[in-house]
Write a protein that binds this ligand. Structure first.
Ligand code: UDP
Ligand code: MG
Length: 341
């Protein structure tokens, strides 16, 4: 059976940043997992500008493993960009993303795929028994997960888990920015995909260090704001800004109307003009009305921007420096060796 240059059935997408201490174990785990998956398999490892020996180790590993592809970034663009690049360079109709530090367990992949087979489009890993620090990691993530579910209406327990399985069509329409890889299930669900979650194994980090601190919380919250805005109003910003514009303009008109009514009454009653200096109605009218007009103009600007956003094509959030092993055949089918289980 020739599988040379065949389209893979499964693409694994793995972001790698300064993981020299974990990569050896990762390659071993992949060597065990790959034969258990539908064939052919490819793994796209994205070196996100590592400053340690990660790239060297990836190069070496790719020599003996034709299914292991490497995308090297010119500098560190972040985990989300790395996942986005992995997705862009992966060719299979089914994709599974996971971390390189083996906190996710590659042996969970067949279960996720089985779930896709049941008719789902996204299967999101749920690190129910999460092995990270309680105060700085699990607690903020609990709050964030609740908030994201509440705001977006897409309720899963663990958005931040990288280990997720996707059908390709779900991923194609979006460019991923910031910390947004965690919001893929939300985009997907808004796009009509069937999204589910599944408990997965989570291990403590055995080697190397986490690349994140507390600052990620704020970034995730800001991203949530953007996602909600884009999700709700990306195609109609004028509606979003138009509503307050209407209220403000009506408020301005109302105060203006009351002012004119008072003006006419006082004029008819021959009340001296000093009252005009005491009333705030005129200022209020001018203020509210101009603010309303500003909001309208903001909406119109939004309309212009959104057209550029939707119609401009081919913009990426990263620069690829090199592609390794993309011309070689993907892994031929082989049965797991004895003892490999
Ligand atoms: N990562 C990356 N670019 C970055 C930071 C992280 O590609 O700028 C990768 C990292 O190598 C790992 C995954 O993203 O494979 C998750 O990172 P980490 O384990 O540090 O996050 P945590 O598990 O602590 O949330
Ligand atoms: Mg980790």
């Amino acid at each position: 059976m020739s599988t040379a240059a065949a389209t893979p059935a499964i693409s694994l997408v793995i972001p790698v940043f300064n993981e020299e201490e974990s990569l050896g174990a990762l390659f071993d785990a992949l060597d065990r997992a790959v034969p258990t998956l539908p064939q052919p398999v490819e793994a796209v490892l994205v070196d996100d500008g590592s400053r340690d020996r990660s790239l060297t180790l990836l190069r070496e590993a790719s020599r003996t493993r034709p299914w292991l592809k490497v995308v090297r970034f010119r500098r560190n663009f972040g985990q989300t960009a790395a996942i986005a690049a992995g997705i862009d360079h992966a060719r299979a109709p089914l994709l599974v993303a996971l971390d390189a530090d083996l906190q996710n367990d590659p042996s969970d992949i067949p279960r996720l795929l089985a779930r896709l087979d049941e008719g789902y489009d996204v299967v999101s890993g749920w690190r129910r028994d999460r092995k990270d620090k309680a105060v700085t990691r699990r607690l903020p993530s609990m709050v964030a997960n609740w908030l994201i579910g509440y705001v977006t209406g897409v309720r899963i327990h663990d958005y931040g888990c990288t280990l997720k399985a996707y059908r390709r069509w779900v991923l194609e329409p979006y460019a991923l920015y910031g910390e947004m890889h965690r919001f893929i299930p939300i985009y997907a669900s808004w796009a009509g995909a069937r999204v589910t979650e599944m408990e997965v194994t989570h291990h403590a980090r055995h080697a190397g260090q986490s690349k994140y601190g507390l600052s990620r919380i704020w970034k995730v919250l800001l991203d949530l704001l953007t996602v909600t805005f884009l999700g709700g109003y990306s195609t109609k910003p004028i509606y979003f800004f138009g509503r307050p514009a209407l209220v403000l303009c009506l408020g301005g008109l109302a105060s203006g109307f009351v002012f004119v009514a008072q003006f006419i009454r006082n004029h008819l009653l021959d009340i001296p003009g000093q009252w005009i200096q005491a009333t705030t109605l005129l200022q209020l009218a001018v203020f509210l009305f101009s603010l309303g007009v500003q909001f309208l103009l903001m909406g119109l600007l939004g309309e212009i921007l959104i057209r550029t956003y939707h119609e401009s094509q081919g913009k990426k959030t990263y620069l690829v420096g090199e592609l390794i092993n993309f011309d070689s055949p993907v892994a031929p089918h082989r049965e797991p060796d004895n003892g490999e289980r």
